[in-house]
Write a new protein. Structure first.
Length: 134
């Protein structure tokens, strides 16, 4: 992946994370901009990355994962391809589990209940960064 493409995607993801944390919405235009970056270094085989994105969509139908998260993963998958999209989703889920595990322990020590309704896009961003630099 070209460095400029990766840098643009990371900046756009940070904007999406800010919007998600602030308003709990992910602007469609930013996900479209992420998808458009796929044309910087487009490879037809990257379209296979839409397969795990589609599976993520099906999983989102049965959970509290929002449509903005699904669109962000689909947009990223156009640049990443099949295997890196799978790695992205694995890294995002793993980072979320680690965060929730630590958060639960801290909240338990404070005698409070942990907030279980946090945005998923920050973890998708972490997963993207880990996928790119692994």
């Amino acid at each position: 992946m070209p460095v400029i493409q990766t840098a643009v995607i990371i900046v756009l993801l940070c904007i999406e994370v800010y919007c998600d944390l602030k308003d709990r919405t992910i602007p469609n235009r930013i996900s479209l901009a992420i998808a458009a970056t796929a044309f910087i270094d487009f490879h037809i085989e990257n379209l296979w990355g839409l397969l795990p994105a589609a599976m993520f969509f099906v999983g989102a139908l049965f959970t509290k994962i929002g449509g903005g998260d699904v669109k962000a993963v689909a947009a990223l998958s156009l640049s990443l391809g099949l295997w890196k999209t799978l790695l992205l989703l694995f890294a995002a889920e793993l980072s979320m589990l680690v965060f929730y595990g630590i958060s639960a322990i801290v909240q338990k020590l404070r005698h409070k209940t942990a907030d279980r309704n946090l945005p998923f896009l920050p973890f998708i961003t972490i997963g993207y960064v880990l996928t790119i630099f692994v």
